[in-house]
Design a protein around this ligand. Structure first.
Ligand code: HEM
Length: 172
């Protein structure tokens, strides 16, 4: 085991992105999806859009930081891990992109910040169906990511979470 630890900026961006994505997946599914498209939904959609755009931006920042900082030492199953992380980044970017496409097609920007009205149902738009499907895939991959981290921490006991600033340093 080495004592590799990501740079403070990388750790901060990772946990901020994790909080944003978790918030979006939970509130999107449990709140937005079941809410009728009437006035009270506007404030929720504003927050969803802003946090969604932030989540997309944080992926770009993460990739840039990764390129400008030392890489962690490889671990067993490195290729699978890399594909998993690539998949997570790609899915979050695609979620933000499909959300933006939906906003453009449905006149959402005008409804939230201008004097337009919300469409009667977002499901009439193709990007909304893509957004919903990608959300399920993102949830599955986030669940695998969390389970893998917990497996390392509590079964293999290699201190992997220390790399991301939790617990002792470690994770070869
Ligand atoms: C990483 C970014 C994002 C995540 C993880 C996310 C997540 C979600 C989830 C889970 C849902 C519910 C879908 C379902 O269960 O079928 C949803 C709905 C929605 N999202 Fe996002 N979203 C993101 C970004 C965005 C952005 C950037 C926008 C707009 C610019 C947006 C606009 C919407 C809209 C309009 C709905 C539909 C609400 C409804 O059907 O009533 N999302 N989002």
């Amino acid at each position: 085991m080495t004592s590799f630890r990501y740079a403070t900026g990388q750790v901060a961006v990772h946990w901020l992105a994790a909080a944003a994505v978790l918030f979006l997946l939970l509130t999107g599914t449990l709140v937005l999806e079941d809410m009728p498209n009437t006035a009270p939904k506007v404030a929720n959609l504003r927050i969803h859009m802003l946090v969604g755009a932030l989540a997309g931006l944080l992926v770009v920042v993460r990739v840039l930081l990764r390129r400008s900082h030392p890489l962690p030492p490889p671990m067993p199953g490195e290729r699978v891990v890399r594909w998993g992380h690539l998949g997570l980044n790609l899915l979050v970017l695609l979620m933000a992109f499909s959300g933006a496409m939906l906003a453009l097609q449905s006149g959402l920007l005008d409804a939230l910040w201008g004097n337009g009205t919300l469409p009667s149902d977002f499901r009439a738009f193709t990007p909304r169906r893509v957004h919903g499907l990608l959300a399920k895939l993102t949830m599955a991959l986030v669940a695998l990511h969390v389970l893998a981290a917990l497996y390392h921490q509590f079964v293999l006991r290699d201190g992997l979470l220390g790399r991301m600033g939790l617990g002792r340093k470690g994770g070869s």
